[in-house]
Every structure is written in structure tokens, then in C-alpha cells.
Design a protein around this ligand. Structure first.
Ligand SMILES: Nc1ncnc2c1ncn2[C@@H]1O[C@H](COP(=O)(O)OP(=O)(O)O)[C@@H](O)[C@H]1O
Ligand SMILES: O=C(CO)[C@@H](O)[C@H](O)COP(=O)(O)O
Length: 477
């Protein structure tokens, strides 16, 4: 049996799956936790990757591996290949002012035209501008900028401070498209936008002629060898190009026309695979690239599964009990509405917002209604996102619900009340890691594998417009 492995280095944890190349069957899995916080030393991701690989039984018998990861995180390296400062993650909002500054300088239309996105605090370019303004001595030392999956792929192939070959950094279109200095349609970096973000004129110019290295953007199915083998990552391993996590999930799910993926992990995301790029100058929909040569219009919320973690903790219950309580309440939670901006918000772009509970009366303020309001608030934000993605021409025939919180039955059943299209829950699995394993298989065999995805639940359509109507009324107010 030939085996391939996929990694998802996500916000909260690192997950590894090992699959049979022939059938796609999951042979074994591993996992390790990441630190909390929105600023993380990348070394912690490397340690977690090693721990997750060990937990999965190692890669000795595996022929190829590929790494997908949380998008946008800023990993800055000096000329010796050392990480200059902890990475700022996608959900770190300190660069909100930098995003506004970049838009004021370049223009939203111009950004959308050149990169498919308009900067928000999540995107790498804004973090570089923050670095240039807040830590100019660090910005001056930047010799390369990588994303989490680029850096982990580089380390896995045997590079790092001991072998600081920055020209060996590689990435793919999907993750590069989340930087706000890459055009997914042309498949090229916009180095003038990079130079502007970092306030470094020497960052402009052609590859080899620039003071700041960027990872080479490889094609889907491409690969690189392990250059310097270690016991954990031996030289026989073929290493795939990797991906941003959402593009990885699309690959793992085999998302096709008519499918809209709704992922409820640390972030909430709504996205679809398309043939043409989105260029939304309002900035609501990010016009990302996918991991298979197409595009991935996407909206993301900063608040998703952790809304439920927080409300579960408040109520002193686990996720199962939270779901049971929620299903004991009526749709609309008797008027209780949670606008769940616990960590600020990205869609809508309100980086300094906080959460608000509306509609509290003696009658409505029950544990059941609060549990339901948490799930409804989470899903209403994503339903607004679905509207925005549809506004880019995406036709939604069904929702594929994935991510940690999709495993909660109440979330799936209430999703069937919030969304106006059928909801399908694929069998519980780490779809980002599965997609990365599909990349590994593609790199090994030369063609994209056609692996089947099982469905575990299809909650009966039960659309209840009242849920979104009352949420929208409070948002407007
Ligand atoms: N049954 C469940 N109900 C609600 N939330 C859940 C459930 N299982 C896991 N989660 C939550 O899902 C999140 C992890 O999801 P995951 O997709 O792995 O996130 P990420 O990829 O962003 O690290 C955690 O916040 C976890 O508490
Ligand atoms: O910022 C985005 C997408 O634009 C997030 O989706 C990140 O990619 C983090 O993903 P998770 O770790 O929550 O899965």
C-alpha cells in the first residue's frame, strides 16, 4: 500500500492524516495543540507538527506529504533564516489602522484590481505595514516574508537557521493570494505593493534583484524534495506545494460547482470554487485563488467555534449539552439575539467591536435561549457571508458544513433553519489535512486523486426566516 500524508497547521492545533494513495482511506491520524493568542512563535507550530507526526505513527512508510495551514500569518525571517519576531496571526487586529492607511494610499478599487482583495487587518500586507511603523528596526532586518505553511514546508525540507537558503521557500497560489500583494489571475506577486506595505523600496524589483525574498509560487501538483533529511522527514519524501487551509478544505471535500463550503473552526468561512476571480472592491468578499488552478471567493469571520466554547463555559456545560439546550428553545430564541463580535469582527469589518446580547427580558433570558442565540448568531454572520458570496455570482445548491463545530448536531440542525439551501454534513474528518494529503498524492502520481467523501447527515430543510430577520434588525439598529 502506498501512503501519503496531509498536515493542517490550523489556529488551534496541528492535525496529520495518513491516507492510502489508491482509495483515499484514512489509515491513521495525529494531533497536537497550538498555543493560544494571536501572536505566536512559529517554533511552536514546528514543535506541534513534530508531535502530531509522531502521534500519527511517523512518516517512515509514507511516500509524500503536503502542509496546509492557517492563512495570512506574518512570518518574517532575517538573512540568517531566523524568525525575527513572533508571527502575527490572521485574527490579530492590531493592523486595522495599517489596513486603512494602505487603502487610503492605493485605493480599494486599485487593490481589488491588482490583488483580488481589499486589505483588512487579517491580510499579511497590513501586518508588514504595522511592523514598519511599530518596529522599524525589525522591518529593516526582513530578508524574507513567509506564511505559516510556507515556513513549515521549508523547515520540513531541512531548511532553517542552520541552512538558511531563503531561495528554497515555496508556496502555492491559494496561500499567496491571501497576502494582498499577489495577483492570483496573473500568478505573480505585486512587489510594488509589498514594498509599499513594508516601507522598503528595496523590496520592489524582480526576484534575485530584491532585498526581500518571497516564496516561489508553485503549480498545483508540483513538488520539491526533502533537501536535508532528518529521522522525522527522510529524503525519500516527496513534498507537495501546500495550501491555505480553506483551499485545502475545498480540495479535501472535492467541492464542485453548486457547493458552498461553510467551515466553523476558529474562523468562520464561506467559500466556493469558481473558474473566474472575484474582485470585490467593497472588500467583503476576498478574491482568493484555490489550490487546483481556479479561484476561491471567500468571506471570513473572526468569531466562530469559540463563540460556542465561550457560551458553553458561561453556562457550565459541554458542547453536547449546549446543543441539547439550544434544541429545547424555539427558533428565534424568544427574541434573544447574540451579535457575537467577541474578538472584534472582520466581516463586517469592525475590528474594535465587542459582542452584544439583545432582547433580554425576564422571559427570554433562559439557558436554552442563550444556547440557541449563540448558535443562531454564529450562523447568521455566515448567512450574511453567503449572501455576499452569491453577490459575486456564486450559485449555491447546497452547503457543505465542516470544521470543529459542524460536528455538533444542533449546529447542523439550526443551520438548516438559517440557510435557505440544503445543508449537508460530510462525515467528521479533518478536511484541510485530507486536502493536503490529496496534494501529496497529486505530487506523487501526477494527477489529482478522485477520492470519495461520505455524507454523515443531511438535516431536513426547515428554513425559519425569523432568525435572520431579527438578527438583521439588531445589526441595522
Ligand atoms: N461538538 C462540538 N460542538 C461545538 N464546537 C466544537 C465541537 N467540537 C469541536 N468544537 C470546537 O471547534 C473548534 C476547533 O475546530 P477546528 O476546525 O479544528 O478549528 P481550527 O482549524 O481553526 O483550529 C474548537 O473551538 C472546538 O472547541
Ligand atoms: O483568515 C482566514 C481566511 O481568510 C482563516 O480562515 C484562517 O485561514 C484561519 O483558519 P482556521 O484556523 O480557523 O481554520
Amino acid at each position: 500500500m502506498t501512503l501519503v500524508a496531509g498536515v493542517d497547521s490550523s489556529t488551534q492545533s496541528c492535525k496529520v492524516v495518513v491516507r492510502d494513495l489508491e482509495t483515499g482511506a484514512i489509515v491513521r491520524t495525529g494531533r497536537a495543540s497550538h498555543p493560544t493568542g494571536t501572536e505566536v512563535d512559529p517554533q511552536a507550530w514546528w514543535d506541534a507538527l513534530l508531535a502530531a507526526v509522531h502521534d500519527a505513527g511517523g512518516l517512515d512508510d509514507v511516500a509524500a506529504v503536503s502542509v496546509a495551514g492557517q492563512q495570512h500569518g506574518m512570518v518574517v525571517l532575517d538573512a540568517q533564516g531566523r524568525v525575527i519576531r513572533p508571527a502575527l496571526l490572521w485574527n490579530d487586529t492590531r493592523s486595522a489602522g495599517a489596513a486603512s492607511d494602505l487603502i487610503a494610499e492605493v485605493g480599494a478599487e486599485e487593490y481589488a484590481r491588482r490583488t483580488g482583495v481589499v486589505p483588512v487587518a487579517s491580510f499579511t500586507a497590513t501586518k508588514l505595514r504595522w511592523l514598519a511603523d511599530a518596529e522599524p528596526e525589525n522591518a529593516a532586518r526582513v530578508a524574507a516574508v513567509a506564511l505559516p505553511h510556507d515556513w513549515l514546508t521549508w523547515r520540513l525540507r531541512g531548511f532553517g537557521p542552520e541552512r538558511p537558503d531563503l531561495a528554497e521557500l515555496v508556496t502555492d497560489r491559494s496561500d499567496a493570494s491571501g497576502t494582498a500583494y499577489f495577483d492570483g489571475e496573473r500568478g505573480e506577486y505585486d512587489r510594488d505593493l509589498l514594498a509599499r506595505a513594508l516601507r522598503r523600496d528595496d523590496a520592489a524589483g524582480d526576484v534575485g534583484n530584491s532585498g526581500v525574498a518571497l516564496p516561489a509560487v508553485l503549480a498545483p501538483g508540483d513538488s520539491r524534495p526533502v533537501a536535508h533529511g532528518t529521522p522525522d522527514f527522510p529524503t525519500h519524501l516527496v513534498v507537495g506545494v501546500g495550501a491555505g487551509d480553506n483551499a485545502g478544505a475545498a480540495l479535501g471535500l472535492g467541492a464542485a460547482t453548486g457547493d458552498v463550503v461553510v467551515s466553523i473552526g476558529t474562523s468562520g468561512t464561506v467559500f466556493a470554487v469558481t473558474d473566474t476571480p472575484a474582485r470585490d472592491a467593497s472588500g467583503t468578499v476576498a478574491g482568493f485563488a484555490d489550490a487546483a488552478g481556479g479561484y476561491l471567493p471567500l468571506i471570513a469571520t473572526l468569531n466562530a467555534a469559540r463563540i460556542l466554547d465561550s457560551v458553553s463555559a458561561l453556562l457550565g456545560v459541554d458542547h453536547v449539552e449546549l446543543g441539547r439546550l439550544a434544541l429545547d428553545a424555539e427558533p428565534g430564541s424568544a427574541g434573544l439575539v447574540l451579535q457575537p463580535y467577541f474578538e472584534g469582527e472582520r466581516t463586517p469589518n469592525l475590528p474594535d467591536a465587542t459582542a452584544t446580547l439583545f432582547g433580554m427580558t425576564l422571559a427570554s433570558t433562559t439557558r436554552e435561549n442563550l444556547a440557541r442565540a449563540a448558535i443562531e448568531g454564529l450562523l447568521c454572520g455566515l448567512a450574511d457571508g453567503l449572501d455576499a458570496v452569491r453577490g459575486q455570482g456564486v450559485v449555491a445548491q447546497r452547503i457543505l458544513l465542516v470544521g470543529g463545530a459542524a460536528q455538533n448536531e444542533a449546529v447542523a440542525r439550526i443551520a438548516a433553519q438559517v440557510f435557505d439551501v440544503p445543508v449537508v454534513v460530510p462525515e467528521p474528518a479533518e478536511y484541510v489535512a485530507l486536502g493536503a494529503a490529496a496534494q501529496a498524492a497529486w505530487a506523487l502520481s501526477g494527477s489529482r486523486p478522485e477520492w470519495h467523501v461520505q455524507v454523515s447527515a443531511e438535516p431536513a430543510p426547515d428554513h425559519r426566516p425569523v432568525i435572520r430577520e431579527q438578527y438583521a434588525a439588531h445589526r441595522a439598529a
